[in-house]
Ligand binder design. Structure first.
Ligand SMILES: Cc1ncc(COP(=O)(O)O)c(C=O)c1O
Length: 410
């Protein structure tokens, strides 16, 4: 996963739509879950919200396409186990993510090992586990072929094609990126893989993250499908997997544009002729797990600095970097936060919520309205189930990680 994909701001919306505001946990649930976690900070992941997200995203995807979940957004085993029966497969980026996906009971044929530069050991682990492996360069194709030969086995290769990320508004400039095989190298990559006894069983055309404009999303899906059809034809490929990306935004800060979910679904009729014959797949991370996760944190102190009320909590950007000044606050507004157990009619005022780290960046919400709180009270950040612990600098100051609890009916 590139850092860009998390920090991209998605500055365009298409008007006002109903935002996805997770109704859970209620204050009562949050208090019980805090006791269950035993300590804060604690991430709470709601299985019911995961189910709701899968249904919402399927309806907003390409008609009939398979739906893969990318563990990079949240690799917690309980989350992956909850998603396993609901999705069609998993995209993994490391050996550890691969084992989590396989441990969920998902067959290797439905797991894809991705990433721009795999080591020899990663290539060997993926081939030995019989999962499909993406190839993003000529040298990576040769590495995969050599590793398969050393192991004395074949394997399934999926070629990731380099594709610029579309502009966020129709008509804008696409942005180039480092991922995938350059068009000039495609033929040699296919040749190298085939000569090494590997089957070229798929194509991956991931074209970016955090897109809120349905017109941009539909156009990208159509362009990727056309590209796949041309590539299948050119190399006479027999494919069982053609990813035409994901891209759907998940607003988690209050200035992020809402997603017009009803307008996001792409019917097959909007794709180029021949699309129906392709094994199309879309891959999503944030939109599947973001709304299902919240973070509970305990107030440690309060003080007034420069006339502004500060609330100091036990969660820091080492647990939730997406709320810090590096991501939220960086033009996106603030993550939604509330005081657990506050009276609904309690007067509120602007506060800055800061973490326990010695860094100016460790501000988790700035200028948000909260009621009076005391040390020991709980705050809850909502909609932070994606790119939480996995994307946060957990080693900073050698502090304890956040606890994680998966709750709700199995
Ligand atoms: C190849 C690939 N697939 C899927 C994803 C998940 O994207 P998102 O969380 O925006 O849905 C990413 C994100 O970086 C990616 O690089």
């Amino acid at each position: 996963m590139s850092t860009d994909t998390v920090t991209e701001t998605g500055t365009t919306g298409t008007g006002t739509h109903t935002p996805v505001t997770p109704p859970t946990p209620t204050d009562r649930q949050a208090l019980l879950l805090a006791r269950r976690a035993g300590a804060t900070p604690a991430y709470l992941y709601d299985r019911g919200e995961l189910r709701a997200a899968v249904a919402r995203v399927r309806a907003a995807s390409v008609e009939g396409a398979g739906l893969y979940y990318s563990l990079k957004a949240n690799p917690h085993p309980g989350v992956v186990n909850a998603l396993a029966p609901l999705v069609d497969g998993f995209d993994v980026c490391s050996r550890a993510e691969m084992e989590t996906a396989l441990d969920s009971g998902t067959p290797p044929g439905r797991v894809l090992f991705t990433g721009p530069a795999k080591s020899r050991d990663e290539a060997a682990a993926a081939l030995a586990a019989e999962v499909a492996v993406t190839v993003e360069s000529l040298r990576q194709a040769a590495l995969l072929a050599r590793t398969a030969a050393e192991l004395g086995i074949g394997g399934r290769a999926v070629i990731r094609l380099n594709t610029p990320y579309p502009a966020r508004v129709p008509g804008g400039e696409p942005s180039p990126n480092q991922f995938g095989v350059d068009a000039d190298d495609e033929a040699r990559v296919v040749e190298t893989l085939r000569a090494g006894g590997l089957s070229v069983s798929g194509l991956q055309m991931f074209w970016g993250s955090q897109y809120a404009d349905p017109a941009v999303v539909h156009a990208a899906r159509a362009a990727m499908t056309a590209r796949a059809l041309a590539c299948v034809d050119r190399f006479a490929l027999e494919v069982d997997f053609v990813s035409v990306g994901g891209g759907i935004a998940m607003p988690w800060c209050d200035a992020d544009p809402d997603v017009d979910w009803a307008a996001m679904g792409t019917p097959l009729s909007a794709l180029p002729d021949g699309a129906a014959a392709l094994p199309l797949v879309c891959e999503y991370g944030r939109s599947l797990v973001g709304p299902a996760g919240s973070l509970l944190t305990t107030v440690l102190d309060t003080k007034t600095v420069g006339g502004l009320r500060h609330v100091l909590v036990d969660a820091g950007m080492n647990h939730v970097m997406i709320a810090s000044r590096l991501v939220a606050g960086n033009g996106r507004g603030e993550v939604r936060v509330r005081a657990v157990g506050a009276r609904p009619d309690a007067p509120t005022g602007p506060v800055r919520v800061t973490g326990p780290l010695c860094s100016q960046l460790d501000v988790l919400a700035d200028g948000v309205l909260l009621p009076e709180v005391e040390p020991g009270d709980l705050l809850l950040f909502a909609g932070v189930g994606a790119y939480g612990p996995t994307f946060s600098p957990g080693g900073f100051l050698s502090r304890d990680p956040a606890r994680e609890v998966v709750h709700g009916d199995v």
